[in-house]
Design a binder for this molecule. Structure first.
Ligand code: ADP
Length: 375
């Protein structure tokens, strides 16, 4: 199967946010609590109205050739708003973060510095085992570069939107330019750009793939300044649109498509240090009695686990103290529940196993060696 159940659950929602800060900063003046509450409510309302009016304004001024209903669908389903991910939410992956800063974040924030030889890539591929933080990285990139974030899974293009997909792809790229800086994040890119023989490929899928490649090429040409367009500053817009794609099956991508991703970043399973950071972050949310020694042991025991495996393990272990209670838990106070300990993890380790085995891992390592950047 493409993904394990661990991968498809949305653990991200529970990832602790260390970011109430901007609010604090904004309201740390001499204002009373009521002032703050009232103006926060007002701001929220304004935000909502802003979003509505801006969606309406965008739809009114659609660039030529973009289908209105496709644009609406994109603005509703594919542009991601709220629930931001920041670098600090992601454990480890320093090399990947740095590479993304250099490839996307800085060029988007300071396009004037990234010209000529420093011209940024127009496509970047994140590949590696499932649940290692590829989607989180893409979301963090969008937050940190203050970009509009378009997120679509390639398999939904070829299923959910099938029939409308070509229009949708055109609208996707058109809107990304209109709302630049933009990140177009395509998850499961392999299902769109795989090298199945033409004969075996579904006709509709082939058309979407072709349209995607055409739009992407146009973007690359425009960014390089070889395109004439009616838009006021097409080069500028196109320069601030990046296709960021993720896959668990990098070897399924056909060679021509692979070469278009100038940067191919390996997102490996977490190192011990990263597992430790991740585990500590998760444990901060729960009453526990694990000692330093227990945590070291846990780091060893989770060798081969992905980030999402670790989250799943911790969530299961957190149920430990409740499981032995049965119905009695309904009548207990919170303080009467025992803290979680190492035995809960050991118990959960019996059922929660890594989603990638050694053999599978070797395949990623080999592909990374041949075609990727490591780290
Ligand atoms: P991928 O896109 O590589 O399959 P995701 O980014 O969707 O993986 O990660 C799935 C979940 O696993 C996240 O929502 C998060 O809870 C957890 N996770 C994975 N990697 C990390 C990490 N490096 N730091 C923190 N959480 C992680």
């Amino acid at each position: 199967p493409r993904q394990s159940y661990l991968y498809t659950s949305s653990y991200g929602a529970e990832t602790p946010r260390t970011k109430p800060e901007p609010l604090k900063r904004r309201y740390s003046g001499r204002r009373s609590t009521e002032d703050v509450v009232e103006s926060t409510a007002r701001e929220k309302q304004t935000d909502k109205n802003d979003k509505k009016t801006s969606t309406a304004a965008i739809l009114k001024n659609l660039p030529p050739g973009i289908d209105e209903s496709a644009a609406k669908q994109i603005l509703n389903d594919i542009v991601v708003q709220g629930d931001e991910v920041h670098w600090s939410d992601i454990a480890g992956l320093e090399v990947a973060k740095n590479s993304l800063r250099e490839t996307v974040v800085y060029p988007f924030l300071r396009p004037d510095l990234f010209m000529g030889l420093r011209e940024p890539a127009r496509g970047m591929l994140l590949f590696g085992p499932p649940g290692t933080g590829k989607t989180m990285l893409a979301r963090a990139v969008a937050t940190e570069s203050k970009s509009t974030f378009f997120s679509i899974s390639a398999s939904s293009l070829t299923s959910k939107y099938l029939g409308e997909s070509e229009k949708l792809v055109r609208a996707l790229f058109g809107l990304a330019k209109a709302l630049a800086p933009s990140i177009i994040f395509v998850d499961e890119i392999d299902s769109l750009l795989s090298h199945r023989s033409d004969a075996g490929e579904h006709e509709a899928t082939r058309r979407i793939k072709t349209e995607f490649l055409i739009q992407w090429s146009e973007l690359q040409r425009a960014a390089a300044g070889r395109e004439t367009s009616s838009s006021a500053n097409p080069r500028n817009e196109a320069q601030r649109v990046l296709v960021l794609a993720a896959t668990n099956l990098p070897w399924a991508i056909d060679e021509a498509a692979r070469r278009r991703f100038v940067r191919r970043q390996y997102i490996p399973l977490p190192e011990p240090q990263t597992r430790e950071t991740h585990l500590r972050t998760l444990l901060r949310q729960q009453n526990h009695s694990l000692t330093e020694e227990d945590i070291s042991k846990l780091v060893q025991l989770t060798d081969g686990f992905s980030g999402s495996d670790i989250t799943a393990l911790a969530k299961d272990a957190a149920m430990g103290p409740l499981r032995s209670l049965g119905e009695a838990l309904l009548y207990m106070t919170k303080d009467e529940i025992r803290p979680m300990d190492l035995s809960d993890f050991e118990q959960s380790l019996k059922s929660i196993r890594p989603s990638v085995d050694k053999e599978g891992l070797r395949e990623y390592e080999e592909w990374a060696e041949k075609f990727g950047e490591r780290g």
